[in-house]
Design a protein around this ligand. Structure first.
Ligand code: HEC
Length: 223
């Protein structure tokens, strides 16, 4: 009699086969270093970039934007170098997304100056008439809350000390509020007067946009 006529044995054997398959394809790779490549070029987010990332999640930008360039000719031509596993080492949770109402953002860092982003965030339609991206100008009216920034970087295990986090925040504030900041004019235009000397949520999300894919670009991209 074949195994097909013994349902209990068949079920037990199937369970064993599926279990072995699961262990081999899921758990073994989990502990293999080759499946978790590290790159010395990929740096953790600064406290400000991480705050921007949280705002990106809060606002659901990932519902319209992906963050992964597939290794297909059409994608590489449009967005740039395809995404590598090691790039996402500090992305918890990852934001690869699954829907491209808007373009992929994995290589947007450095593509435009900050002033472009301030203008685009405030009114995407002022730049692309048919854009269906909602305007996010009000982010510039929200002062950036950095009270738990250090805790966030600690939980993510980025390895910064509290002083380093304070320094990162102070440095970014100095940068965007400086008289000679190259995007000062546009920033002043979108930021309410009382917040021009402070960091806003808009500043943080733009810092995050400018970080996306930059590590790969610094690798000398294109290899
Ligand atoms: C309803 C869908 C939708 C949402 C939500 C959305 N976007 Fe977009 N986004 C688009 C579309 C469509 C475009 C292309 C037209 C344009 O640039 O406005 C775009 C373009 C962009 C670009 C320019 C990309 C490039 O390479 O030119 C950036 C940057 C961007 N979005 C950031 C964001 C951020 C940050 C958020 C969240 C605060 C967000 N988007 C939310 C639809 C969306």
């Amino acid at each position: 009699m074949g195994i097909n006529s013994k349902p209990v044995v068949f079920a037990a054997l199937s369970a064993v086969v599926i279990l072995v398959g699961t262990v081999v394809t899921v758990f073994v790779p989990l502990f293999m270093p080759s499946t978790q490549p590290v790159s010395s070029f990929v740096k953790p987010y600064t406290a400000i970039e991480l705050e921007g990332r949280d705002i990106y999640i809060r606002e659901g930008c990932n519902n319209c934007h992906t963050q992964t360039v597939r290794p297909l000719r059409t994608e590489v031509l449009r967005y740039g170098e395809y995404s590598k596993g090691e790039e996402f080492a500090y992305d918890r949770p990852f934001l690869w997304g699954s829907r491209r109402t808007g373009p992929d953002l994995n290589r947007v860092g450095g593509k435009y100056p900050d002033s472009w982003h301030y203008k685009h965030m405030q009114s995407p339609q002022s730049m692309f008439e048919l854009s269906n991206m909602p305007p996010y100008g009000w982010l510039a009216s929200n002062k950036l809350d950095t009270s738990v920034s250090f805790r966030k970087t600690s939980i993510q295990r980025f390895g910064y000390t509290e002083d380093q986090v304070k320094q990162q925040i102070a440095d970014y504030k100095t940068r965007v509020t400086a008289q000679d900041y190259d995007s000062k004019e546009t920033r002043d235009l979108v930021t309410p007067a009382n917040l021009r000397g402070d960091l806003t949520e808009m500043d943080a999300i733009i810092a995050y946009m400018q970080k996306l894919g930059r590590d790969v670009k610094s690798m000398g991209a294109g290899q």
